[in-house]
Design a protein around this ligand. Structure first.
Ligand code: SF4
Length: 244
């Protein structure tokens, strides 16, 4: 019994540390109740990923396929977003990733560096990934469109249609155990719906036989930090799914 209490205290400590890292100042009542009943799971340890990792022999094939896809994209002019970009942000991470995060499109920092999620929103995403028990390089991160929309506006239908086949192919090559779609555009594009993200998040959907968990975009969380705990709830469901 005493041992069980110690485990519960450790779980609560883990959750509180996560909230602190995510900048949460108050805990909603229902979360506090979950902590008391020890329903909140601490992140499980993950084996190191990398060459020869999760799916062993597929590694080389995946690297070659991703390289071929990048070559296919080339100096892409398939949509009007090509006009203002500095860099195409292809995506990055482990080709053997168990989790793939898919956002909307690059912002200014991402456009300058040619890497996804490296600005303030990216730092928040990295914190989430680490609190889930992974390193950033263990997962794969990409976007629905690979070039920055002007003034960070939402990508338009024709731009999404032109670019989203690439991230679909990336997901097919990497074949993660779970996709986490970040925000409305990513979620609605991948599962083909117009339902608002607030109604979609927190439940699993299917993207070409891969379980997909929608959650809020980190940029939204920067504007609405009180909703960070909802993203952590979604993340815990993802961690549970990875155990299966
Ligand atoms: S957003 Fe995608 S389709 Fe449009 S120019 Fe960039 S890489 Fe090509």
């Amino acid at each position: 019994m005493q041992k069980q209490n110690i485990e519960i205290i450790k779980d609560i400590k883990t959750v509180l540390e996560f909230y602190q890292a995510m900048g949460i100042e108050r805990i909603p009542l229902n979360i506090a109740q979950k902590c008391r009943s020890a329903e909140v799971q601490k992140p499980p340890p993950h084996p190191p990923l990398g060459k020869g990792g999760r799916r062993g022999g597929d590694y080389s094939k995946k690297v070659i396929a991703l390289k071929a896809l990048r070559d296919e994209i080339g100096d892409c002019q398939r949509c009007k977003l090509s006009k203002g970009r500095k860099n195409i942000v292809f995506g990055e991470g482990s080709v053997d990733a168990e989790i793939m995060f898919i956002g909307e499109g690059p912002g200014e920092d991402e456009d300058l560096q040619g890497r996804p999620f490296v600005g303030r929103a990216g730092q928040l995403l990295t914190k989430l990934i680490e609190k889930m028990g992974f390193k950033r390089e263990d997962v794969y991160i990409g976007n629905i469109v690979k070039c920055r929309p002007p003034f960070n506006r939402v990508p338009e239908e024709d731009e999404i249609s032109a670019c989203s086949p690439f991230i679909r192919k990336q997901a097919g090559i990497i074949s993660p155990k779970v996709i986490v779609s970040l925000g409305r555009i990513s979620t609605q594009t991948l599962i083909g719906t117009k339902i608002p993200i607030g109604k979609l998040r927190g439940k699993f959907y299917q993207f070409e036989n891969i379980p997909l968990m929608p959650t809020f975009h980190p940029s939204y969380l920067l504007r609405n930090p009180k909703d960070k705990w909802l993203v952590w709830e979604d993340a815990q469901k993802v961690l549970e799914r990875l155990k299966k």
